[in-house]
Design a protein around this ligand. Structure first.
Ligand SMILES: [Zn+2]
Ligand SMILES: [Zn+2]
Length: 563
């Protein structure tokens, strides 16, 4: 069925497969089915709404509302909220039930939920208890000695990265899996000692690669498989390659910039495959791997019978509209940061570790069951707006609330963007769907003007840094550098400086957020466009929009070209 998006007015398809999947998720309260209504917005607007509630990268210093200790938090200090340091939040020193309240049938649900959120303690960061020596991180699980890394599982000695699993000694990355000693890599898998590269698998000891598989000692190459000693796709002898590398001053910012630009131009002359998917059965999306019967899934692994999911690296079954995570997640809908054996979830954020039948809830973990509109629950059952009920009372009351929410047109919808705890510019929505301040305020959404103070000896312009890293003194860690693009000051930490020195790399001239945006520019939108194969003119579906400058090939033409 063709529908019109209530937000952007674009037409979107709500298919029989979408309906069947939503039917599978139908909750039962008090013995009665409550089917989830069809979405009123298109996939991208639904994603945008969800992501407006999700701040992963913007961290601030503030006080713990319980202990007064100075802590790091995703909530800026100007936000009047009850924010607890992680360990305090997980402790028995407080109870979320103390903030419980009755449901008021004369008012909309979301309004009452927002009031509960304003007073219930929330953890300062989304970090579970398994991290070591990793204070500056968010949405990260099983971290050791990491700094400024976000949305990932298992990493050691990693800095400034986002979306990852199982990495060691990597810095400045976006979506990498099983990588070691990599720098400035985006969408790289099982790579070792690879720099400034995108979309590579099983490569090592290389610079500036795109879409290469199993290559080593290569420089500035695209679409190569199992090659060694290639420079800009030309086969060289070992001696020629070694000579070239000896003359390549890796520590010079000017030289790195020259090759970055040269490889970017060079890559435009080499086709890209319509989508980068590996080992899927009857599935469509982009950067979707080892999945079955899944559609419109992007940057996901091991998905089954799922639709419109994004960044679910740990897999799941029968999910729709979930951004982030997996790990045995089933029957979850319109939610964000959901994982670890979690089932039957609707309209939730940060619900994980064995939670079942949880609706419209925030930060609920450790085997919570049957929660509706709850916040900050650890191992609780049968609660509504943080108030405890018996199973019978719970079912009767939820059935009545859902009937009420049908009348207020809230049932099946995610929370409205205007009640997010974050400014739009702090949220992940701003990265995927950037908007200007005026546009955000015009829509009735929020904007954050809070700026963290930078306490340093001095601030120097990026342009004043010596070109070669070997000329950078140790005390650079006591200064702030003013980003060459955004002019925002940023600092270099000692471990990071050691990484650049060890690999003979120039120190960055751009703020970590700008570097993240630069890497993000290598990725495609979570959209599928109809266009023609640039070679055989066959109709293809691809995440490359028709206006883009890349030469896009269908699967067959691409394979003929590269093998
Ligand atoms: Zn839309
Ligand atoms: Zn073709």
């Amino acid at each position: 069925m063709q529908k019109q998006c209530a937000q952007c007015s674009a037409g979107f398809e709500f298919s029989d497969s979408d309906r069947n999947l939503l039917n599978k998720m139908t909750p039962v309260f008090d013995g009665k089915d409550f089917p989830i209504p069809e979405p009123t917005m298109c996939f991208n607007c639904r994603l945008q709404r969800r992501l407006a509630f999700y701040n992963t990268r913007n961290l601030y210093k503030r006080e713990c509302s319980k202990t007064g200790k100075n802590i790091i938090s995703m909530y800026s200090p100007d936000k009047k909220m009850n924010i607890y340091e992680k360990d305090e939040w997980f402790s028995d020193n407080w109870s979320p039930l103390d903030f419980g309240r009755d449901f008021d049938f004369t008012r909309p649900f979301f309004e009452q939920w927002e009031e509960l959120r304003k007073c219930t303690p929330l953890p300062s960061l989304s970090l579970m208890t398994y991290n070591q020596n990793t204070e500056y991180a968010n949405d990260a699980y099983k971290m050791k000695n990491c700094y400024m890394i976000f949305d990932g599982e298992e990493a050691e000695d990693c800095y400034y990265g986002q979306t990852f699993i199982y990495n060691k000694n990597c810095t400045d990355f976006l979506h990498i899996e099983h990588c070691e000693l990599c720098y400035e890599c985006t969408h790289c898998y099982s790579c070792y000692h690879v720099f400034y590269s995108q979309f590579c698998h099983n490569c090592r000891d290389s610079y500036f690669l795109r879409d290469c598989i199993g290559c080593k000692d290569c420089f500035g190459c695209a679409n190569l498989h199992q090659k060694q000693y290639c420079i800009f796709n030309e086969q060289k002898t070992r001696e020629e390659y070694d000579k070239f590398i000896q003359n390549f001053t890796t520590s010079s910012h000017a030289e790195i910039t020259k090759y970055k630009n040269q490889s970017k131009r060079f890559f435009l002359n080499h086709p890209v495959k319509k989508s980068r998917c590996v080992q899927n059965i009857d599935s469509k999306g982009d950067n979707l791997n080892r999945s079955k019967d899944s559609a419109y899934c992007f940057d996901c692994n091991d998905m089954q019978d799922s639709r419109y999911c994004t960044n679910c690296l740990m897999g799941g079954k029968d999910n729709m509209d979930v951004h982030i995570w997996g790990g045995g997640m089933e029957l979850c809908y319109d939610s964000c940061c959901i994982g670890e054996r979690t089932r039957n979830i609707l309209g939730c954020l940060y619900v994980y570790e064995g939670c079942n039948n949880v609706y419209y809830s925030l930060f609920c973990t450790r085997s919570c069951n049957n929660l509706f509109g709850c916040i900050g629950m650890i191992h609780q059952n049968y609660c509504i707006l943080n108030k405890q009920y018996t199973p019978e009372e719970y079912h009767k009351l939820v059935a009545k609330i859902v009937e009420h929410m049908k009348d207020t047109e809230e049932w099946g919808e995610f929370f409205p963007t205007k009640i997010s705890a974050f400014g739009y510019n702090e949220s992940v929505a701003d990265v995927y769907f950037p908007l200007k301040k005026e546009e955000v305020l015009e829509r009735g959404w929020q904007w954050s003007d809070y700026k963290s103070p930078v306490v340093v000896e001095k601030i120097i312009d990026a342009e004043q840094l010596p070109d070669d890293n070997t000329d950078i003194p140790d005390d650079v860690c006591n200064w702030a550098i003013r980003c060459e693009i955004t002019k925002k000051p940023f600092v270099i930490i000692k471990q990071e400086l050691d990484f650049y020195r060890f690999h003979k790399l120039p120190i960055p001239r751009r703020h970590p957020d700008q570097r993240h945006k630069d890497r993000f520019a290598f990725t495609n939108p979570f959209k599928i466009f109809d266009r023609k194969c640039s070679n055989c003119q066959k109709s293809i579906q691809t995440s490359y929009s028709p206006e883009r400058p890349e030469t896009v090939f269908c699967e067959e033409c691409y394979l003929n070209e590269v093998y």
